[in-house]
Ligand binder design. Sequence first.
Ligand code: ATP
Ligand code: MG
Length: 267
Amino acid sequence: MSNADAYRVRREPFYQAQDNEVAHYEAAYAARLPVMLKGPTGCGKSRFVEYMAWKLGKPLITVACNEDMTAADLVGRFLLDASGTHWQDGPLTLAARLGAICYLDEIVEARQDTLVVIHPLTDHRRTLPLDKKGEQVEAHADFQLVISYNPGYQSLMKDLKQSTKQRFTAFQFDYPEAALEVGIICQETAVDRNISEKLVEIAQAGRRLKGHGLDEGISTRLVVNAAALIGQGVAPADACRMAMVRPITDDADVIDTLDHAISAVFG
Ligand SMILES: Nc1ncnc2c1ncn2[C@@H]1O[C@H](COP(=O)(O)OP(=O)(O)OP(=O)(O)O)[C@@H](O)[C@H]1O
Ligand SMILES: [Mg+2]
């Protein structure tokens, strides 16, 4: 198995398109433009990247960004072992060499000085300088960078610089419309359409509380989780409380409002 094969998406991931994002991504990829996926947590951003990597037949290398991440964590570093020092490529370098899609998840968590390493890779240069190693990596023709972030809960401190943003084409994601979400829940879990419709109704009631006591709506991920609990025999109303309400808020009034909505739907 070649190195690139280790990162191939083997089975077709289930992805329900919401609009023409699949064709638009293919166009961005064909033009080798870097892609930014924006949208709330749990709305399908990561699933979309996995699906596109599968559809395009490209390896996918995912990096979960955090504020302790350094440029060396992305690019690579010299490691010491019994036989001396050797260079180890970081995930970004590996993706550039292999011609993979490199997905930097939660990019705003990374520090700005870390992120500038992606700049020469995401403009006409398509190169990655490994300063410590004294090497200039020319990105493989198939390489593409994808980043994702949730514009909702980031502070001003954590916004991306314009010089970073203005290298990307952006896809705006949101929770799927009701009929599509019902289908997603049925596909992802074993619940029937009737239950799925009720779960989505509750999720939509929760989403209307965004900005009125909730910072984020009830994500599709949480609806899938509720359905999974129901599939394990948990009573539907309990499953909704466990999966869709308690995780997202400690506000007694909001909990009360949502619990009532659940009782109204499931009795
Ligand atoms: N369009 C979709 N097609 C198929 N499944 C979906 C879709 N949207 C959401 N899901 C379901 O919701 C779950 C969460 O989606 P995903 O992991 O892609 O969220 P995300 O947007 O990457 O969230 P985060 O910002 O927290 O990483 C998936 O595991 C899947 O079950
Ligand atoms: Mg994700």
